[in-house]
Design a protein around this ligand. Structure first.
Ligand SMILES: Cc1cc2nc3c(=O)[nH]c(=O)nc-3n(C[C@H](O)[C@H](O)[C@H](O)COP(=O)(O)OP(=O)(O)OC[C@H]3O[C@@H](n4cnc5c(N)ncnc54)[C@H](O)[C@@H]3O)c2cc1C
Length: 465
Protein backbone atom coordinates (compact mmCIF):
# COMPACT_ATOMS: atom_id res chain seq x y z
CA UNK A 1 0.00 0.00 0.00
CA UNK A 2 1.28 3.50 -0.86
CA UNK A 3 1.57 5.51 2.35
CA UNK A 4 -0.44 8.71 2.05
CA UNK A 5 -0.85 11.58 4.49
CA UNK A 6 -3.63 10.99 7.02
CA UNK A 7 -6.86 12.94 7.05
CA UNK A 8 -7.09 14.74 10.41
CA UNK A 9 -10.44 14.36 12.20
CA UNK A 10 -11.18 16.39 15.32
CA UNK A 11 -13.77 14.64 17.46
CA UNK A 12 -14.26 10.91 18.01
CA UNK A 13 -18.06 11.01 18.38
CA UNK A 14 -20.49 9.33 15.95
CA UNK A 15 -19.63 11.70 13.07
CA UNK A 16 -15.83 11.61 13.48
CA UNK A 17 -15.73 7.83 13.96
CA UNK A 18 -18.02 7.27 10.95
CA UNK A 19 -15.74 9.47 8.82
CA UNK A 20 -12.64 7.54 9.92
CA UNK A 21 -14.34 4.20 9.18
CA UNK A 22 -15.44 5.33 5.71
CA UNK A 23 -11.90 6.51 4.95
CA UNK A 24 -10.62 3.14 6.22
CA UNK A 25 -12.98 1.39 3.82
CA UNK A 26 -11.06 3.08 0.99
CA UNK A 27 -7.71 2.41 2.69
CA UNK A 28 -7.17 6.08 3.54
CA UNK A 29 -5.42 6.66 6.87
CA UNK A 30 -6.77 9.12 9.41
CA UNK A 31 -5.82 10.62 12.76
CA UNK A 32 -8.78 10.96 15.13
CA UNK A 33 -8.16 13.47 17.93
CA UNK A 34 -10.43 13.69 20.96
CA UNK A 35 -10.00 15.37 24.32
CA UNK A 36 -12.03 12.62 26.02
CA UNK A 37 -10.52 9.39 27.42
CA UNK A 38 -12.72 7.20 25.15
CA UNK A 39 -14.21 7.43 21.67
CA UNK A 40 -17.97 7.61 21.15
CA UNK A 41 -18.67 11.26 21.87
CA UNK A 42 -21.12 12.36 24.54
CA UNK A 43 -23.81 9.89 23.52
CA UNK A 44 -21.87 6.63 22.97
CA UNK A 45 -18.76 7.06 25.14
CA UNK A 46 -20.14 4.77 27.82
CA UNK A 47 -18.86 4.28 31.36
CA UNK A 48 -15.44 5.68 32.15
CA UNK A 49 -14.72 2.83 34.56
CA UNK A 50 -15.27 -0.92 34.41
CA UNK A 51 -18.69 -2.22 35.29
CA UNK A 52 -20.42 -5.53 34.84
CA UNK A 53 -23.98 -4.26 34.68
CA UNK A 54 -25.63 -1.22 33.10
CA UNK A 55 -29.31 -1.57 34.07
CA UNK A 56 -30.06 2.08 33.40
CA UNK A 57 -28.94 2.01 29.75
CA UNK A 58 -31.51 0.60 27.35
CA UNK A 59 -30.77 -2.08 24.75
CA UNK A 60 -30.87 0.39 21.84
CA UNK A 61 -28.17 2.53 23.41
CA UNK A 62 -26.00 -0.49 24.23
CA UNK A 63 -26.40 -1.75 20.63
CA UNK A 64 -25.47 1.66 19.20
CA UNK A 65 -22.42 1.87 21.49
CA UNK A 66 -21.14 -1.50 20.36
CA UNK A 67 -21.89 -0.71 16.66
CA UNK A 68 -19.69 2.38 16.91
CA UNK A 69 -16.92 0.40 18.58
CA UNK A 70 -17.12 -2.32 15.90
CA UNK A 71 -16.93 0.32 13.16
CA UNK A 72 -13.73 1.58 14.77
CA UNK A 73 -12.26 -1.89 15.42
CA UNK A 74 -12.89 -3.03 11.81
CA UNK A 75 -10.83 -0.13 10.49
CA UNK A 76 -8.31 0.37 13.25
CA UNK A 77 -5.34 -0.44 10.96
CA UNK A 78 -6.09 2.84 9.21
CA UNK A 79 -6.94 4.92 12.29
CA UNK A 80 -4.42 6.60 14.56
CA UNK A 81 -6.45 7.46 17.68
CA UNK A 82 -5.19 10.28 19.91
CA UNK A 83 -7.27 10.46 23.08
CA UNK A 84 -6.94 12.95 25.94
CA UNK A 85 -5.71 15.39 23.32
CA UNK A 86 -7.26 18.81 22.95
CA UNK A 87 -6.96 20.91 19.79
CA UNK A 88 -6.23 24.47 20.91
CA UNK A 89 -6.41 26.16 17.52
CA UNK A 90 -4.50 26.74 14.29
CA UNK A 91 -0.72 27.13 14.57
CA UNK A 92 0.94 28.24 11.34
CA UNK A 93 -0.02 27.02 7.89
CA UNK A 94 -2.13 23.82 7.82
CA UNK A 95 -1.05 22.94 11.32
CA UNK A 96 -2.89 22.63 14.63
CA UNK A 97 -1.66 23.18 18.17
CA UNK A 98 -2.52 20.30 20.51
CA UNK A 99 -2.36 19.80 24.22
CA UNK A 100 -1.52 16.10 24.51
CA UNK A 101 -0.93 14.39 27.84
CA UNK A 102 0.09 17.69 29.38
CA UNK A 103 2.48 18.59 26.55
CA UNK A 104 2.17 20.91 23.59
CA UNK A 105 2.50 19.27 20.18
CA UNK A 106 1.47 20.09 16.64
CA UNK A 107 -0.44 18.17 13.98
CA UNK A 108 -0.23 19.10 10.31
CA UNK A 109 -2.99 18.32 7.83
CA UNK A 110 -3.94 18.44 4.18
CA UNK A 111 -7.59 17.57 4.73
CA UNK A 112 -9.39 18.39 7.97
CA UNK A 113 -12.74 17.11 9.24
CA UNK A 114 -14.16 19.04 12.21
CA UNK A 115 -16.57 16.85 14.18
CA UNK A 116 -16.60 18.76 17.46
CA UNK A 117 -20.25 18.23 18.49
CA UNK A 118 -22.34 20.61 20.56
CA UNK A 119 -22.70 21.93 24.08
CA UNK A 120 -25.78 22.58 26.19
CA UNK A 121 -27.80 25.79 26.05
CA UNK A 122 -28.09 27.57 29.41
CA UNK A 123 -31.21 29.44 30.46
CA UNK A 124 -30.76 31.52 33.63
CA UNK A 125 -33.51 31.73 36.25
CA UNK A 126 -33.41 32.72 39.93
CA UNK A 127 -31.40 30.10 41.82
CA UNK A 128 -29.88 28.43 38.72
CA UNK A 129 -26.42 28.65 40.27
CA UNK A 130 -27.31 26.54 43.31
CA UNK A 131 -25.49 23.21 43.64
CA UNK A 132 -27.98 20.58 42.52
CA UNK A 133 -29.20 22.58 39.50
CA UNK A 134 -27.63 20.86 36.48
CA UNK A 135 -28.02 20.78 32.75
CA UNK A 136 -29.87 17.73 31.45
CA UNK A 137 -27.02 16.30 29.37
CA UNK A 138 -24.70 16.69 32.36
CA UNK A 139 -27.17 14.76 34.51
CA UNK A 140 -27.23 12.04 31.88
CA UNK A 141 -23.43 11.90 31.62
CA UNK A 142 -23.22 11.34 35.37
CA UNK A 143 -25.31 8.17 35.12
CA UNK A 144 -23.99 7.04 31.73
CA UNK A 145 -20.27 7.76 31.98
CA UNK A 146 -19.63 8.50 35.64
CA UNK A 147 -21.99 5.79 36.94
CA UNK A 148 -23.14 8.05 39.76
CA UNK A 149 -26.64 9.11 40.76
CA UNK A 150 -26.93 12.91 40.38
CA UNK A 151 -29.54 13.15 43.16
CA UNK A 152 -31.98 11.18 45.26
CA UNK A 153 -35.20 13.09 44.50
CA UNK A 154 -35.20 14.87 41.16
CA UNK A 155 -37.34 16.76 38.66
CA UNK A 156 -36.57 17.48 35.02
CA UNK A 157 -37.52 20.72 33.24
CA UNK A 158 -37.00 21.89 29.67
CA UNK A 159 -38.10 20.67 26.28
CA UNK A 160 -37.51 17.91 23.73
CA UNK A 161 -37.04 14.15 23.53
CA UNK A 162 -34.14 14.06 25.98
CA UNK A 163 -36.57 14.78 28.88
CA UNK A 164 -38.43 11.42 28.87
CA UNK A 165 -35.23 9.53 27.96
CA UNK A 166 -33.27 10.92 30.91
CA UNK A 167 -36.29 10.48 33.22
CA UNK A 168 -36.37 6.74 32.35
CA UNK A 169 -32.59 6.39 32.76
CA UNK A 170 -32.66 8.15 36.15
CA UNK A 171 -35.52 5.99 37.37
CA UNK A 172 -33.76 2.80 36.24
CA UNK A 173 -30.67 4.00 38.10
CA UNK A 174 -32.71 4.25 41.30
CA UNK A 175 -33.51 7.98 41.42
CA UNK A 176 -36.93 9.09 42.65
CA UNK A 177 -38.14 11.21 39.70
CA UNK A 178 -40.98 13.36 41.03
CA UNK A 179 -41.98 15.06 37.79
CA UNK A 180 -41.02 15.95 34.23
CA UNK A 181 -42.00 19.42 32.98
CA UNK A 182 -42.08 19.94 29.19
CA UNK A 183 -42.41 23.61 28.21
CA UNK A 184 -44.36 23.03 24.97
CA UNK A 185 -47.96 21.88 24.83
CA UNK A 186 -49.14 18.41 23.78
CA UNK A 187 -51.22 20.00 20.97
CA UNK A 188 -48.03 21.32 19.43
CA UNK A 189 -46.53 17.82 19.48
CA UNK A 190 -49.66 16.28 17.96
CA UNK A 191 -49.32 18.66 14.98
CA UNK A 192 -45.95 17.06 14.17
CA UNK A 193 -47.35 13.50 13.91
CA UNK A 194 -46.60 13.28 10.16
CA UNK A 195 -42.99 14.45 10.58
CA UNK A 196 -42.44 11.94 13.38
CA UNK A 197 -43.53 9.08 11.09
CA UNK A 198 -40.31 9.57 9.10
CA UNK A 199 -38.60 7.53 11.84
CA UNK A 200 -41.28 5.09 13.07
CA UNK A 201 -38.84 3.13 15.25
CA UNK A 202 -37.74 6.27 17.09
CA UNK A 203 -41.34 7.38 17.50
CA UNK A 204 -42.23 3.96 18.94
CA UNK A 205 -39.28 4.15 21.29
CA UNK A 206 -40.54 7.59 22.45
CA UNK A 207 -44.00 6.12 23.07
CA UNK A 208 -42.51 3.23 25.02
CA UNK A 209 -40.62 5.73 27.22
CA UNK A 210 -43.88 7.56 27.94
CA UNK A 211 -45.42 4.15 28.76
CA UNK A 212 -42.55 3.43 31.14
CA UNK A 213 -43.08 6.77 32.94
CA UNK A 214 -46.81 6.09 33.25
CA UNK A 215 -46.25 2.56 34.55
CA UNK A 216 -43.92 3.89 37.23
CA UNK A 217 -46.24 6.80 38.09
CA UNK A 218 -43.76 9.47 37.07
CA UNK A 219 -45.92 12.48 36.12
CA UNK A 220 -45.13 14.16 32.78
CA UNK A 221 -46.60 17.68 32.41
CA UNK A 222 -46.83 19.33 28.99
CA UNK A 223 -46.95 23.15 28.91
CA UNK A 224 -45.15 23.51 32.25
CA UNK A 225 -41.72 24.74 33.30
CA UNK A 226 -39.36 26.14 35.85
CA UNK A 227 -39.89 29.48 37.64
CA UNK A 228 -37.08 29.42 40.20
CA UNK A 229 -34.88 27.21 42.40
CA UNK A 230 -34.37 27.73 46.12
CA UNK A 231 -32.17 26.44 48.92
CA UNK A 232 -29.78 27.65 51.62
CA UNK A 233 -26.52 26.06 50.51
CA UNK A 234 -27.77 23.72 47.84
CA UNK A 235 -31.03 23.01 46.05
CA UNK A 236 -33.97 22.25 48.37
CA UNK A 237 -37.02 23.04 46.25
CA UNK A 238 -38.13 24.42 42.91
CA UNK A 239 -41.15 26.39 41.79
CA UNK A 240 -42.82 25.22 38.58
CA UNK A 241 -45.82 26.69 36.77
CA UNK A 242 -47.95 26.23 33.67
CA UNK A 243 -46.46 27.95 30.59
CA UNK A 244 -48.54 29.59 27.87
CA UNK A 245 -47.69 29.21 24.16
CA UNK A 246 -45.00 31.91 24.52
CA UNK A 247 -43.52 29.95 27.50
CA UNK A 248 -44.63 32.73 29.84
CA UNK A 249 -45.08 31.26 33.34
CA UNK A 250 -48.47 31.63 35.02
CA UNK A 251 -47.26 32.62 38.51
CA UNK A 252 -50.75 32.41 40.04
CA UNK A 253 -50.79 28.67 39.47
CA UNK A 254 -47.17 28.05 40.50
CA UNK A 255 -46.37 25.23 42.90
CA UNK A 256 -43.39 24.34 45.02
CA UNK A 257 -41.75 20.90 44.89
CA UNK A 258 -39.09 19.52 47.20
CA UNK A 259 -36.11 18.08 45.32
CA UNK A 260 -32.37 17.81 45.89
CA UNK A 261 -31.39 18.02 42.20
CA UNK A 262 -32.88 18.99 38.85
CA UNK A 263 -31.91 18.58 35.21
CA UNK A 264 -32.59 21.59 32.97
CA UNK A 265 -32.66 20.98 29.22
CA UNK A 266 -33.52 23.76 26.80
CA UNK A 267 -31.50 22.36 23.90
CA UNK A 268 -27.97 22.55 22.53
CA UNK A 269 -25.68 24.90 20.63
CA UNK A 270 -23.27 23.81 17.87
CA UNK A 271 -19.66 23.83 19.10
CA UNK A 272 -18.04 26.07 16.50
CA UNK A 273 -15.22 27.98 18.21
CA UNK A 274 -12.52 25.97 16.42
CA UNK A 275 -14.25 26.31 13.03
CA UNK A 276 -14.45 30.08 13.58
CA UNK A 277 -10.76 30.26 14.56
CA UNK A 278 -9.94 28.43 11.33
CA UNK A 279 -11.69 31.14 9.32
CA UNK A 280 -14.79 29.17 8.28
CA UNK A 281 -17.81 31.36 7.41
CA UNK A 282 -20.84 30.95 9.72
CA UNK A 283 -24.53 31.81 9.62
CA UNK A 284 -27.12 32.12 12.41
CA UNK A 285 -29.92 29.59 12.95
CA UNK A 286 -32.44 29.62 15.79
CA UNK A 287 -32.07 25.92 16.67
CA UNK A 288 -28.29 25.44 16.54
CA UNK A 289 -26.92 28.98 16.98
CA UNK A 290 -24.10 29.87 14.56
CA UNK A 291 -23.28 27.06 12.14
CA UNK A 292 -20.74 26.82 9.31
CA UNK A 293 -21.76 27.53 5.72
CA UNK A 294 -21.20 24.24 3.86
CA UNK A 295 -21.85 22.63 0.51
CA UNK A 296 -23.64 19.29 0.05
CA UNK A 297 -20.41 17.41 0.84
CA UNK A 298 -20.10 19.31 4.16
CA UNK A 299 -17.11 21.18 2.72
CA UNK A 300 -16.61 24.73 4.03
CA UNK A 301 -15.32 27.86 2.30
CA UNK A 302 -11.82 26.94 3.56
CA UNK A 303 -9.80 24.63 1.33
CA UNK A 304 -10.23 20.94 2.27
CA UNK A 305 -11.93 21.71 5.62
CA UNK A 306 -15.17 19.83 6.30
CA UNK A 307 -17.54 20.24 9.26
CA UNK A 308 -19.86 17.36 10.19
CA UNK A 309 -22.21 16.20 12.93
CA UNK A 310 -23.72 18.49 15.53
CA UNK A 311 -21.02 21.11 14.94
CA UNK A 312 -22.55 21.67 11.49
CA UNK A 313 -26.14 21.88 12.85
CA UNK A 314 -28.04 19.86 15.44
CA UNK A 315 -29.61 16.79 13.88
CA UNK A 316 -28.54 14.07 16.34
CA UNK A 317 -26.27 11.05 16.26
CA UNK A 318 -27.74 9.17 13.25
CA UNK A 319 -27.49 12.21 10.99
CA UNK A 320 -23.99 12.89 12.37
CA UNK A 321 -22.92 9.44 11.16
CA UNK A 322 -24.27 10.14 7.64
CA UNK A 323 -22.46 13.48 7.50
CA UNK A 324 -19.11 12.00 8.57
CA UNK A 325 -19.50 9.34 5.87
CA UNK A 326 -20.29 11.89 3.14
CA UNK A 327 -17.30 14.10 3.96
CA UNK A 328 -15.04 11.03 3.94
CA UNK A 329 -16.52 9.83 0.65
CA UNK A 330 -15.78 13.21 -0.93
CA UNK A 331 -12.16 12.99 0.23
CA UNK A 332 -11.91 9.44 -1.15
CA UNK A 333 -13.29 10.70 -4.47
CA UNK A 334 -10.82 13.60 -4.61
CA UNK A 335 -7.96 11.24 -3.83
CA UNK A 336 -9.06 8.91 -6.60
CA UNK A 337 -9.73 6.05 -4.18
CA UNK A 338 -13.30 5.61 -5.46
CA UNK A 339 -14.85 6.19 -8.87
CA UNK A 340 -17.33 9.05 -9.36
CA UNK A 341 -20.22 6.67 -10.13
CA UNK A 342 -19.65 4.49 -7.05
CA UNK A 343 -19.25 7.58 -4.85
CA UNK A 344 -22.44 9.13 -6.19
CA UNK A 345 -24.45 5.95 -5.67
CA UNK A 346 -23.19 5.62 -2.11
CA UNK A 347 -23.72 9.33 -1.39
CA UNK A 348 -27.33 9.23 -2.63
CA UNK A 349 -28.07 6.25 -0.39
CA UNK A 350 -26.64 8.02 2.66
CA UNK A 351 -28.41 11.28 1.82
CA UNK A 352 -31.81 9.53 1.62
CA UNK A 353 -31.24 8.28 5.17
CA UNK A 354 -30.11 11.76 6.21
CA UNK A 355 -33.25 13.26 4.66
CA UNK A 356 -35.57 11.00 6.67
CA UNK A 357 -33.72 11.81 9.90
CA UNK A 358 -33.82 15.55 9.14
CA UNK A 359 -37.58 15.55 8.50
CA UNK A 360 -38.15 13.69 11.79
CA UNK A 361 -35.84 16.07 13.61
CA UNK A 362 -37.40 19.24 12.13
CA UNK A 363 -40.75 18.09 13.57
CA UNK A 364 -39.22 18.02 17.05
CA UNK A 365 -37.46 21.34 16.41
CA UNK A 366 -40.79 23.02 15.61
CA UNK A 367 -42.34 21.45 18.73
CA UNK A 368 -39.45 22.57 20.97
CA UNK A 369 -38.82 25.99 19.38
CA UNK A 370 -37.59 28.31 22.12
CA UNK A 371 -40.13 30.98 23.06
CA UNK A 372 -39.29 34.38 24.49
CA UNK A 373 -41.25 33.85 27.73
CA UNK A 374 -38.30 32.03 29.31
CA UNK A 375 -36.14 35.14 28.86
CA UNK A 376 -38.30 36.74 31.58
CA UNK A 377 -37.51 34.09 34.20
CA UNK A 378 -34.24 35.81 35.20
CA UNK A 379 -34.82 38.77 37.56
CA UNK A 380 -32.80 42.02 37.70
CA UNK A 381 -30.27 40.54 40.13
CA UNK A 382 -30.02 37.09 38.48
CA UNK A 383 -26.44 36.43 37.39
CA UNK A 384 -26.37 35.64 33.66
CA UNK A 385 -22.60 35.40 33.08
CA UNK A 386 -21.23 33.09 35.76
CA UNK A 387 -17.57 33.84 35.03
CA UNK A 388 -17.84 37.64 35.25
CA UNK A 389 -20.98 37.80 37.47
CA UNK A 390 -22.83 40.10 35.04
CA UNK A 391 -26.53 40.36 35.94
CA UNK A 392 -29.68 40.42 33.81
CA UNK A 393 -30.17 44.12 34.70
CA UNK A 394 -26.70 45.02 33.44
CA UNK A 395 -27.50 43.37 30.10
CA UNK A 396 -30.97 44.96 29.89
CA UNK A 397 -29.57 48.42 30.72
CA UNK A 398 -26.86 48.15 28.07
CA UNK A 399 -29.40 47.07 25.43
CA UNK A 400 -31.74 49.93 26.43
CA UNK A 401 -28.81 52.34 26.06
CA UNK A 402 -28.36 51.27 22.44
CA UNK A 403 -26.10 48.19 22.40
CA UNK A 404 -27.09 46.15 19.33
CA UNK A 405 -24.56 43.29 19.11
CA UNK A 406 -22.82 40.76 21.30
CA UNK A 407 -19.30 42.13 20.91
CA UNK A 408 -20.37 45.56 22.21
CA UNK A 409 -22.42 43.89 24.96
CA UNK A 410 -19.26 42.01 25.92
CA UNK A 411 -17.26 45.26 26.16
CA UNK A 412 -20.00 46.94 28.21
CA UNK A 413 -20.82 44.13 30.65
CA UNK A 414 -17.82 41.72 30.46
CA UNK A 415 -20.08 38.80 29.41
CA UNK A 416 -18.05 36.21 27.54
CA UNK A 417 -14.72 37.46 28.90
CA UNK A 418 -14.27 34.71 31.48
CA UNK A 419 -12.85 31.21 31.30
CA UNK A 420 -15.79 29.74 29.37
CA UNK A 421 -15.46 32.45 26.68
CA UNK A 422 -19.22 32.92 26.45
CA UNK A 423 -20.13 29.22 26.13
CA UNK A 424 -22.62 29.56 29.01
CA UNK A 425 -24.10 33.06 28.60
CA UNK A 426 -23.77 34.12 24.98
CA UNK A 427 -26.78 32.21 23.59
CA UNK A 428 -29.05 33.74 26.22
CA UNK A 429 -27.57 37.23 25.66
CA UNK A 430 -28.13 36.80 21.93
CA UNK A 431 -31.78 35.87 22.51
CA UNK A 432 -32.13 39.12 24.53
CA UNK A 433 -30.66 41.12 21.63
CA UNK A 434 -33.01 39.41 19.17
CA UNK A 435 -35.99 40.06 21.46
CA UNK A 436 -35.04 43.76 21.40
CA UNK A 437 -35.25 43.65 17.60
CA UNK A 438 -31.52 43.47 16.81
CA UNK A 439 -31.63 40.55 14.40
CA UNK A 440 -31.04 42.15 11.03
CA UNK A 441 -27.25 42.05 11.14
CA UNK A 442 -25.99 38.46 10.54
CA UNK A 443 -22.99 39.12 12.79
CA UNK A 444 -25.07 40.37 15.80
CA UNK A 445 -24.23 37.34 17.89
CA UNK A 446 -20.66 36.54 16.96
CA UNK A 447 -18.11 36.67 19.77
CA UNK A 448 -14.79 36.08 18.06
CA UNK A 449 -13.10 33.10 19.73
CA UNK A 450 -9.58 33.66 21.04
CA UNK A 451 -6.52 31.50 20.49
CA UNK A 452 -5.75 29.26 22.34
CA UNK A 453 -9.23 27.82 22.97
CA UNK A 454 -8.18 26.74 26.47
CA UNK A 455 -5.98 28.69 28.87
CA UNK A 456 -2.44 27.24 28.79
CA UNK A 457 0.26 27.61 31.46
CA UNK A 458 3.17 30.05 30.87
CA UNK A 459 5.58 27.09 30.67
CA UNK A 460 3.71 26.02 27.53
CA UNK A 461 4.20 29.46 26.01
CA UNK A 462 7.97 29.12 26.52
CA UNK A 463 7.84 25.88 24.51
CA UNK A 464 6.10 27.66 21.61
CA UNK A 465 8.58 30.58 21.58
C1 LIG B 1 -24.20 16.38 27.29
C2 LIG B 1 -24.91 15.84 26.08
C3 LIG B 1 -25.76 14.73 26.16
C4 LIG B 1 -26.42 14.23 25.03
N1 LIG B 1 -27.25 13.15 25.13
C5 LIG B 1 -27.91 12.68 24.02
C6 LIG B 1 -28.79 11.55 24.08
O1 LIG B 1 -28.99 10.95 25.11
N2 LIG B 1 -29.43 11.15 22.97
C7 LIG B 1 -29.23 11.78 21.77
O2 LIG B 1 -29.81 11.37 20.77
N3 LIG B 1 -28.39 12.83 21.68
C8 LIG B 1 -27.73 13.30 22.77
N4 LIG B 1 -26.91 14.40 22.67
C9 LIG B 1 -26.65 14.93 21.35
C10 LIG B 1 -25.67 13.91 20.74
O3 LIG B 1 -24.54 13.87 21.54
C11 LIG B 1 -25.25 14.24 19.38
O4 LIG B 1 -26.36 14.36 18.52
C12 LIG B 1 -24.25 13.28 18.76
O5 LIG B 1 -23.36 12.74 19.69
C13 LIG B 1 -23.51 14.06 17.71
O6 LIG B 1 -22.34 13.42 17.36
P1 LIG B 1 -21.08 14.27 16.93
O7 LIG B 1 -20.10 13.31 16.41
O8 LIG B 1 -21.49 15.39 16.04
O9 LIG B 1 -20.56 14.99 18.24
P2 LIG B 1 -20.13 14.43 19.67
O10 LIG B 1 -20.65 13.10 19.92
O11 LIG B 1 -20.46 15.50 20.63
O12 LIG B 1 -18.55 14.32 19.55
C14 LIG B 1 -17.72 15.44 19.48
C15 LIG B 1 -16.39 15.06 20.07
O13 LIG B 1 -15.45 16.10 19.77
C16 LIG B 1 -14.58 16.24 20.86
N5 LIG B 1 -14.03 17.60 20.76
C17 LIG B 1 -14.69 18.78 20.61
N6 LIG B 1 -13.83 19.80 20.53
C18 LIG B 1 -12.59 19.28 20.64
C19 LIG B 1 -11.27 19.85 20.63
N7 LIG B 1 -11.07 21.17 20.50
N8 LIG B 1 -10.21 19.01 20.79
C20 LIG B 1 -10.41 17.66 20.92
N9 LIG B 1 -11.62 17.07 20.94
C21 LIG B 1 -12.70 17.87 20.79
C22 LIG B 1 -15.46 15.99 22.07
O14 LIG B 1 -14.71 15.52 23.18
C23 LIG B 1 -16.43 14.93 21.57
O15 LIG B 1 -16.05 13.62 21.94
C24 LIG B 1 -26.23 14.89 23.79
C25 LIG B 1 -25.37 16.00 23.70
C26 LIG B 1 -24.72 16.48 24.83
C27 LIG B 1 -23.80 17.69 24.71
Amino acid sequence: MVKSSPVVIIGGGPSGTAAAAMLGKYQIPSVVIDEAPKIGGVIYRGPLRRTSSLPHLDDNLQRAMSALRTRYENNRDFIDLKLLTRVLGPEGKQQLLLSENGELTTQSYNELILATGCHERSVPFPGWQLPGVMLLGGVQLQIKSGLVKPGAKMALVGTGPLLPLVACQLHKAGVNVVGVYEASSFNKLAKEAVALLNKPKLTLSGLSMMGYLKKHQIPFYYGHGIVNAQGAESLERITVAPYDDNWQADHRRAQSIEVDAIGVGYGFVARTQLAMLLGIEHKYTKVSGYIPELDDNFLSNQNNMYVVGDSSGLLGADAAICEGQIAALNIALKRGAVTASVALKEKNKIMRRHGRISRFRFGFDRFSERQNGILNLAQDDTVVCRCEQATKKQLDDAIKQGVKDLTTLKMRTRIGMGDCQGKTCSSYALDLLHQAGHNQNPKTGVIKPRFPLDPIPFTFMEEIN
